[in-house]
Write a protein that binds this ligand. Structure first.
Ligand code: AMP
Length: 304
């Protein structure tokens, strides 16, 4: 049984108040798969790259045991490229460039060895590609989680609403929840979005944590107050990877496990932001994750 992640595998150029990078490895699929690999050992990635990506960059992903048979390499093609600049508060950013390149004609291939997929993360990518990925799995996975962003709401809202009908969990940030629902109150937004298809909704609020809605309940998880947030890129994807990685590990889907999954996702995201790009996830250890989970528990625990 496996956890399949589909999402962009990309080059990113990032500018934060702490510095600037040239093209480094990024992509929603990359961050999510790396993050999930800490919790589950059968992580399989679906994506597309150009010839420019190179074996050493791909090795950043394979070194964590992620299966990359589902990554197509387009001869002569250029990898998806995204450039972003963060504001001083690090909670908001401007997208400087989105070059779809090989993503423009991406037709996902699901290798036969991926057909044992029980947990599917449809990471940030074209809603149409998310739908195709789901359709190409012969058996419906036990759990389908979808992550998306405002970019796709701006240019492909109808496709996004179509795929939402088939997912169990949607993860988006607060601004996106407002855009998708047309409601300012996040509680009202959640009610509207849960009518669109997903059984559960997670609203990520950056340094203010995350809200989980479903089964008529709400759970609020904190974000760990960090003295230094170096680069928030990929935090949302690392969150989604940690979230579904935990559920793949425990296998049972219920609100209690979902709550724990949100905390695991938050813990993985909190590491991701400590260095540029995937750097921190490359050196992360299981001991560090355990210690951080304890910090999360003590941060939010109180008796009345
Ligand atoms: P996050 O910070 O979690 O929103 O994710 C940032 C990552 O998403 C970067 O590594 C980008 O390569 C990737 N990304 C940026 N824009 C898009 C997009 N429109 N579709 C898919 N992936 C994207």
């Amino acid at each position: 049984m496996s956890l399949v992640v589909m999402g962009t595998v990309a080059f990113d150029a990032i500018e934060t108040p702490f510095g600037k990078t040239d093209k480094i490895v990024g992509g929603a699929g990359t961050f999510a798969a790396l993050s999930a690999s800490f919790l589950y050992d059968q992580v399989k990635l679906v994506g597309v790259i150009g010839e420019d990506f190179g074996d050493d960059n791909l090795q950043i992903i394979t070194s964590k045991g992620v299966d990359v048979e589902g990554i197509q390499i387009i001869e002569g093609g250029k990898s998806f490229f995204w450039a972003g600049k963060y504001h001083n508060d690090m909670n908001s950013r401007d997208t400087i460039t989105t070059e779809l390149n090989v993503l423009e004609n991406f037709d996902p291939i699901i290798p036969e060895s991926y057909q044992d997929c029980e947990f599917l993360l449809l990471g940030n990518a074209t809603p149409q590609v998310q739908m195709t990925t789901l359709n190409r799995l012969k058996n419906k996975p036990k759990l389908v989680v979808l992550d998306t962003m405002n970019f796709w709401m701006d240019i492909a809202m109808d496709d996004l609403k179509a795929v939402l009908k088939h997912v169990d969990v949607l993860t988006i940030n607060d601004g996106e929840a407002r855009q998708l629902s047309g409601e300012y109150s996040l509680v009202k937004a959640a009610a509207v979005i849960l009518e669109m298809g997903p059984k559960y909704l997670i609203i990520k609020k950056g340094e203010h944590g995350a809200l989980l809605f479903g089964e008529g309940q709400i759970f609020s998880a904190p974000a760990l107050p960090l003295a230094e947030v170096f680069d928030p890129t990929g935090a949302g994807d690392a969150f989604a990877g940690g979230f579904i990685g935990y559920l793949a590990k425990v296998k049972t889907i219920n609100f209690t496990n979902m709550k724990n999954a949100v905390v695991y996702g938050s813990a993985l995201a909190s590491f991701c932001v400590e260095k540029f790009g995937t750097e921190r996830l490359q050196t992360l250890t299981h001991e560090e994750i355990e210690a951080r989970l304890k910090a999360f528990v003590s941060l939010a625990k109180f008796d009345i």
